[in-house]
Design a protein around this ligand. Structure first.
Ligand code: ARG
Length: 465
């Protein structure tokens, strides 16, 4: 009891309480162990708020200056590591406010005028997320650039394109890699779109109803660089859509880089032997000396599970919450921070790893020429000679079946036999049976011909700037 009473005095909200908080409750409810990450945004928001309070004559200019100086000192202390975070003070807001009153006395208590932790945490999160969206956006751009530079070197590297994981048609390796650049570009579009709804200033909603004091929310928004202010105080403190949108955009991004990782894993298998990932980005087996495992790619594939989980986590936290703020919402931070860290780490290592992949070009091209991969070309050849596509399809299907029975390739069929399949065939048909010409002829917009790929690279390079 004695101990509890002593603790009661420490709390900034202790007025109506007779006894202190049980230490188990403190331990269970604290968030300072993870929300300290928001410290600089919390201070930035408080400084803007203090400036506004003085400008509106809600507090004196002298008090506002003292508060700001105190906050700046705290900023210094946290930066240089000398600040002591205290779990009994719950969260980042209380830790900073308490340090402020310890420093400048009771006047520090004026900072929380016309403010609540409910709008304060919404502000901290929005400031934090605006920065993170921009930072992650530039990590994606960096990765896109490295993919484009590998593509440029491989416009004339041929490989099999797959459907159903069965060899389908020969393509350029550049076309395959650029497909991912497009996916990443859509990810960036989604992030930029989420940024618009994140860029809304919540301070002034206070606990949830607004305030009777004459605050100037537009001024605070201007100081903090927000485009606009929120329009409904209740929505403001109960909204976490902006975090959910962020987590969802990054889930899609992880889905993309997980698919890429899966391909890198397949391609580096003995069976494919398309690529070799450099030693720095692979690991060995403790029992099988011959092994070189693509662990980085596997872990990106695996970590996609956490990122999806974080999205479902927050959606589930929010799904049945009555308006407005509920403490449940404190649980938004761990999934948010985990996704930020996981996605950043994955993008950084992929950007390092990708340019160091060795492509086994001969093997890729050889594989591209097998599996009757030019069959569609031959059908198109017949179409150009006036044969209806369905008939052409049937004819080439019969040729494939013939080759299977004779254990030969399409271009091994002698010309006199070829003529029996269709009188439209001329000798020049053998030219189009090569992988190179199959690729070269795909000149439809967006197709895999070198010309189209070059245009694609030009457009993408401009778009990702
Ligand atoms: N630590 C809290 C959170 O992260 C801050 C807001 C607390 N508000 C309250 N009324 N308890 O959500």
């Amino acid at each position: 009891m004695k101990k509890a009473k002593k603790k009661k005095k420490d709390k900034l909200w202790s007025g109506r309480f007779k006894t202190g908080t049980a230490s188990s409750t403190e331990k269970f409810t604290e968030s300072i162990s993870f929300d300290r990450r928001l410290w600089s945004y919390d201070i930035q928001g408080s400084i803007a708020h203090a400036k506004m309070l003085a400008r509106q004559k809600i507090i004196s200019v002298a008090d506002s200056r003292r508060i700001i100086r105190g906050l700046e000192e705290i900023h210094q202390e946290i930066s240089n590591g000398s600040f002591r975070f205290d779990t009994t003070l719950e969260d980042i807001h209380m830790n900073i406010e308490k340090a402020l009153t310890n420093k400048i006395g009771l006047v520090g208590g004026k900072l929380h005028t016309a403010r609540s932790r409910n709008d304060q945490i919404a502000l901290d999160l929005r400031l934090y997320l605006k920065d993170e969206i921009k930072r992650i956006n530039s990590l994606i751009r960096k990765f896109q650039r490295s993919l484009i530079s590998v593509s440029k070197k491989n416009i004339n590297t041929f490989m099999p394109g797959y459907t159903h994981l069965q060899r389908a048609q020969p393509v350029s390796l550049a076309q395959h890699i650029l497909a991912y650049v497009h996916m990443l570009q859509r990810d960036r579009d989604r992030l930029n779109d989420a940024l618009k709804r994140t860029d809304v200033m919540p301070l002034g909603a206070c606990a949830m109803a607004g305030t009777s004091l004459p605050i100037d929310r537009g001024y605070v928004a201007g100081l903090l660089g927000f485009k606009r202010i929120s329009e409904n105080s209740m929505d403001t403190v109960s909204d976490r859509d902006f975090i959910i949108e962020f987590l969802s955009s990054l889930s899609v991004l992880m889905m993309h880089i997980s698919r890429m990782s899966e391909e890198l894993i397949l391609w580096s298998s003995e069976e494919f032997s398309f690529i070799e990932i450099s030693d720095e980005f692979t690991t060995g087996s403790s029992i099988m000396p011959q092994k070189k495992n693509p662990d980085v790619a596997e872990l990106i594939r695996g970590k996609t599970g956490r990122v999806y989980g974080n999205l479902i986590n927050l959606l589930t936290v929010m799904k049945a919450l009555p308006l407005t703020y509920n403490r449940d919402m404190q649980e938004d931070k761990t999934p948010l921070f985990d996704t930020v860290d996981t996605v950043s780490g994955s993008l950084e290592i992929l950007t390092e790893m990708f340019p160091n992949i060795k492509f086994n070009k001969e093997r890729m091209e050889l594989t591209a020429s097998g599996g009757f991969s030019t069959a569609t070309e031959i059908a198109d050849y017949l179409v150009k000679g006036g044969v209806p596509f369905r008939t052409a399809h049937e004819t080439v299907g019969k040729m494939v079946s013939y080759c299977i029975s004779k254990k030969c390739d399409l271009n091994d069929i002698p010309f006199n036999i070829l003529k029996k399949f269709s009188p439209v065939f001329r000798k020049d048909v053998y030219k189009i049976m090569s992988v190179g010409s199959a690729v070269e002829m795909k000149r439809s917009p967006g197709g895999t011909s070198p010309g189209e790929i070059t245009k694609q690279i030009q457009r993408l390079s401009k778009a990702i700037r």
